[in-house]
Design a protein around this ligand. Structure first.
Ligand code: ZN
Length: 355
């Protein structure tokens, strides 16, 4: 009934929404929508008429008087509007930053990008690239002539995350695009254990460091997704000391998380057996895991846990333990020294790279 009988407040909101030509629905999550709205409001100089309308709408008593759900829906619609994507996405930088414009154009021309459905998955990729372009990490890499390479990596990580809908990947990309995790690209090969390594984590500076000679927009997206999730997982869980059960868990969990990001059903039994060998049972030297291999030989409690993980992986059908189960096994197996503070093994770890 009651278009005619609706109160003036509703009509004025509808009117403002229509005036701004806001169409369609969007699944952009509310914090982002709010952020876009705030940005749109603050960028009065970017697109004056648009911003004025948004500001008028969002600060109006009518709008504020509405229930939260309506405000969220309106903010979603506003953030989905092409003008806001620009205003909200640092329009000035967009206009002046040739590298960003070029990378965005290239992304939009990518068939994998064009195939993303529904359209908000495409928006998520564009938003990630624009958000990332506002981080100090990007500005620093750009200063070093690495801006486009960095954007290419972020764009591809985001494209993979949007294609698979994988939560670990989404969290990983968010972490980088928001600047919560720093990013760098370096050519210094001595930093990497192997010249083939795509990246490593630098916990002291909370930085994911990509190998400048290996990682770029041409890198296989599965590999980029796995390594980024693996290394960000190290950063999310904090540093550990070489040769300890904590370091073993740190690597096991990062490996597990990285495999989740790659897509599919996570690591296979064979992959877990390979990890056990690499991290503990191999007798060889010269590995980054010499310390945990030594511990396997010298610490019976630790050895029992590793042996159990191997024998369970060998069962038919195989039994694989997720990182939290492994943490609990390691915590139960450690020597009970009075005065030894608990800590790393007693706290649930971060297995999906959430913030
Ligand atoms: Zn690792």
């Amino acid at each position: 009934m009651d278009r005619l009988r609706r109160p003036a407040a509703d009509r004025s909101i509808d009117c403002a929404l229509r005036r701004a030509e806001i169409r369609g629905d969007s699944n952009i999550r509310s914090p982002e929508a709010r952020q876009a709205l705030e940005r749109a409001i603050s960028r009065r100089d970017g697109n004056a008429e648009w911003a004025r309308q948004v500001r008028e709408l969002s600060t109006s008593q009518d709008f504020r008087a509405r229930d939260e759900a309506l405000q969220e829906r309106a903010a979603d619609r506003i953030s989905a509007h092409p003008d806001v994507r620009e205003v909200g996405g640092a329009q000035r930088e967009l206009a002046n930053n040739q590298g960003l414009s070029d990378e965005l154009r290239q992304m939009r021309a990518d068939p994998a990008f064009q195939g993303l459905r529904p359209p908000d998955r495409q928006r998520a990729v564009i938003n990630d690239m624009i958000r990332f372009a506002e981080t100090p990490s990007f500005r620093e890499m750009e200063r070093q002539g690495r801006g486009r390479q960095a954007l290419g990596i972020i764009g591809n990580l985001s494209l993979h995350a949007s294609s698979t809908g994988n939560a670990v990947e989404r969290n990983t990309v968010d972490s980088l695009a928001s600047g919560r995790t720093n990013m760098d690209i370096v050519d210094n090969q001595t930093l990497f254990h192997s010249p083939d390594d795509l990246a490593l984590a630098h916990p002291d500076s909370n930085t994911l460091v990509f190998n400048g000679r290996r990682a770029n927009s041409q890198s296989p997206r599965d590999d980029l997704a796995e390594i980024a999730a693996h290394e960000v997982n190290h950063l999310r869980n904090g540093p550990t000391t070489a040769g300890t059960a904590e370091r073993f868990l740190d690597e096991y969990r990062a490996y597990w998380t990285g495999r989740q990001a790659r897509g599919g059903s996570g690591p296979s039994a064979a992959a877990i057996r390979g990890q056990m060998e690499n991290l503990a049972t191999d007798q060889g030297r010269g590995s980054p895991y010499d310390g945990t291999r030594d511990r396997y030989r010298s610490d019976p409690g630790f050895r029992n846990v590793v042996d159990r993980l191997v024998s369970d992986a060998n069962r038919n059908p195989p039994v694989l333990h997720d990182p939290e189960e492994v943490r609990q096994l390691l915590a139960a197996a450690r020597p009970r020294n009075p005065g030894t503070a608990g800590g790393y093994l007693d706290r649930p770890g971060n297995v999906d790279n959430h913030n």
